[in-house]
Design a protein around this ligand. Structure first.
Ligand SMILES: C[S@@+](CC[C@H](N)C(=O)[O-])C[C@H]1O[C@@H](n2cnc3c(N)ncnc32)[C@H](O)[C@@H]1O
Length: 236
């Protein structure tokens, strides 16, 4: 049986309140949009789009994109990860999301940074609208927590029954080149262990490449992982 201490329950309640407040703030953005700074660069958000935070920074600070790499960014939100992949020299970037407001924000930001010829933005539930293309790199900062999401804004933070994360790992192998790599974000209040189990079951190795905390007490800590196909053993 799982044991929940009072401290755990208090912490879960605090994270719930904080995330609900963030969802309210995403919705309260004016219809003309709001400018924000992320890792020293300016971006624009339309109402209902996930507001970038420390969560994606270990991934963006530690991913390596080679100039000839093609990149697929799943759950792009405002497009920050995809745009930093462009800055690293990616040859082609496809960014997808289910939230129409995120699509509008990411398209705007691709143009703002002069990458609209390299970066395409599409409405797609995970890989649904992606035909038979394989990418060198797949990036994802999906909702971290296994928690019921009542609307598309909540779906930026919560994943009902962890189904989106499970589907991601069931399907990702089809869209990744044989020597490709996945860069994936998670958090100390999210499903890190579940993620590792899903990735390994799908045939991927998992290695931590970075972390960052949003507060001194490290109650909100974020991680980035790189995942690669586990090479099949040669018969002896
Ligand atoms: C934690 S936010 C990350 C946004 C952005 N990548 C960032 O790092 O700031 C998760 C994003 O995943 C999107 N999302 C959730 N479920 C999805 C799905 N099934 N397919 C595509 N995108 C999804 C959400 O709409 C949201 O924009």
């Amino acid at each position: 049986m799982k044991h929940f201490s009072n401290e755990n329950i208090d912490n879960i309640a605090r994270i719930d309140r904080w995330q609900k407040g963030r969802q309210k703030a995403f919705k309260a953005i004016p219809s003309t949009g709001k400018t924000f700074k992320y890792l020293g660069k300016e971006f624009l958000l339309y109402p209902g789009t996930f507001w970038p935070f420390v969560d994606s920074q270990p991934l963006v600070r530690n991913f390596r994109i080679k100039p000839e790499d093609s990149v697929l960014d799943i759950g792009t939100g405002s497009g920050v990860i995809a745009i930093f992949a462009c800055y690293q020299g990616a040859s082609k970037v496809l960014a997808v999301d289910i939230n129409p407001s995120a699509i509008k924000s990411a398209k705007h930001n691709a143009k703002l940074h002069g990458f609209d010829k390299i970066m395409q933005v599409k409405n797609s539930d995970l890989f649904q609208k992606i035909k038979d293309i394989q990418f060198d790199v797949i990036t994802a900062n999906l909702p971290f927590r296994n928690k019921f999401a009542h609307d598309v804004v909540a779906q930026s933070q919560w994943d009902t029954d962890f189904k989106t994360n499970a589907r991601f790992f069931e399907e990702v192998g089809h869209y990744l080149k044989p020597n490709g790599r996945i860069y994936f974000a998670q958090s100390n209040f999210g499903g890190v262990q579940e993620m590792k189990v899903l990735a390994k079951a799908a045939g991927f190795s998992v290695r931590a490449i970075g972390s960052a905390a949003a507060d001194q007490e490290e109650t909100k800590k974020f991680f980035a992982f790189v995942m690669k196909r586990i090479a099949a053993r040669k018969p002896t």
